[in-house]
Design a binder for this molecule. Structure first.
Ligand code: LLP
Length: 422
């Protein structure tokens, strides 16, 4: 059984006179202007996280590239760009977004496990700063495309460090058998091959061992391995001046477990001291997760055994993380009431799937039809993962900046969706 106490509320939320506030505005007032469900982000909270991240990592010489996949809304990307962050992208679509948001292509890292020729060409032409190469085959394709276009590019090899990040199986990427990265046994061979590619400037190594990592140990293990392989390749005569450590920093989804920027920065300082190398990070979730909520309305309650149901107007098409990764997003009321008794409930959505369940056996004062609620910690991998399943249009995204409310993505209409079909 779980519940979220006020003590563990994300810092952009608070209760004042029993009303849930984001910053200085009551969420009820915001919901009067926007139909639920909708995503609501705090620009101030994102800025604060960027500031915390840069204050931890800049002193140890780390350049921060926001992982666009975690939240690719143009307004979020503009916030990142204006704070001086680069971007980590995984597709041509994400490249188009970051360029539109005004991020310098030279500050863009192109990750992505199966980049198409068209995407590679788009990125080379745009002047993307670095290609994180996932295989020998991709290296050959980059060589061919840069040769055709007559352009030089920077690249690093993404290594599979064979470290278990201890996260949910669906979001671990650095174990043997995962589709990502190159086996460390092949690094030397690939550096040798790149020596014959005049347009490909192979400058170092990259890793990304998984996401939502809450223990420093897997990082310690893999960063030390990256150091060892860098030194080995240098000893073989190759020039390496770049090390990309990927993303993965975990946040607190209500169980009190997270990884703090400063702890990771200290580890980098310790483990890579004296290596004389440019270090990059690609955090996504840790910059935006806590700054977002999904505002939703209780459509119905239903008496049942063994527990009563609370049925929301948001479904797994709007927020799939609980169904896909058994993730928890704490649910809290927009108006607190002392009158209602707490009881364990199952909180579900309206989709015709049993996996459309946000929280099971979750203790909450029983809400009533029409009550506004929010699912917290939904700034990352939430709106970006939504779908139109059950012919439900994508919901709006709203950004709160001080007391200014801006719709940063309109809700889709059904007409707009149907227009694309015959
Ligand atoms: N760099 C690379 C190469 C990545 O693949 C990822 C995330 C990141 C950086 C950013 O990782 P972060 O700092 O956000 O943990 N949809 C899943 C998470 C998938 C993460 C995929 N890669 C979820 O909702 O938990």
């Amino acid at each position: 059984m779980q519940t979220m106490g006020a003590a563990s509320l994300p810092s952009c939320l608070s209760y004042q006179d029993n009303r849930l506030m984001m910053g200085e505005l009551s969420i009820k007032a915001i919901a009067e202007q926007q139909a639920t469900p909708f995503y609501l982000y705090s620009a101030d909270a994102i800025r604060q996280r960027i500031h915390d991240c840069l204050s931890a990592f800049s002193p140890v010489g780390v350049a921060v590239h926001f992982a666009v996949k975690s939240n690719s809304n143009l307004s979020v990307l503009r916030l990142m760009g204006s704070a001086g962050l680069g971007a980590d992208i995984v597709s041509g679509g994400e490249l188009t977004r970051v360029l539109k948001a005004g991020i310098d292509p030279g500050q863009v890292i192109f990750s992505g496990v199966a980049k198409t020729d068209a995407e590679l060409r788009q990125a080379v032409e745009a002047g993307v700063g670095q290609f994180n190469v996932e295989s020998a085959e991709e290296l050959f394709r980059i060589d061919r495309i840069t040769g055709q276009l007559g352009v030089q590019v920077n690249a690093v090899l993404r290594v599979n460090p064979e470290v278990d990040a201890g996260t949910h199986d669906h979001i671990t990427t650095g174990k043997k058998g995962n589709k990502f990265g190159i086996a460390f046994q092949r690094l030397s061979e690939l550096f040798c091959m790149a020596g014959e590619m005049p347009q490909v400037n192979l400058r170092g190594l990259a890793m990304h061992i998984g996401s939502q990592i809450v223990s420093i140990e897997p990082y310690r293990e893999s960063v030390l391995r990256m150091r060892q392989w860098t030194e080995q390749l240098r000893a073989e005569g190759y020039l390496l001046d770049t090390l990309d450590l990927g993303g993965g920093i975990g946040v607190d989804y209500g169980d009190g477990r997270s990884l703090c920027f400063v702890e990771y920065a200290n580890l980098i300082n310790e483990a890579l001291g004296g290596l004389d190398i440019s270090i990059q990070l690609e955090p996504g979730r840790s910059l935006v997760a806590a700054a977002g909520v999904l505002v939703t309305t209780v459509v119905a309650t239903k008496q049942a055994e063994p527990r009563n149901f609370v049925m929301l107007d948001a479904g797994m098409n709007d927020l799939i993380r609980p169904a896909l990764y058994q993730a928890t997003h704490p649910l809290i009321p927009v108006l607190l009431s002392n009158q209602r008794l707490e009881e364990p409930l199952d909180v579900v959505g309206p989709i015709c799937e049993s996996t459309d369940c946000f929280l099971k056996d979750y203790t909450l004062p029983l809400p009533e039809e029409g009550d506004l609620m929010v699912l917290t910690m939904t700034g990352a991998y939430s709106a970006v993962l939504s779908s139109t399943y059950n012919s439900r249009p994508l919901v709006a995204e709203v950004m709160l900046e001080h007391t200014n409310i801006r719709v940063i993505r309109k809700a889709w209409t059904l007409e707009e969706q149907l227009r694309l079909e015959e």
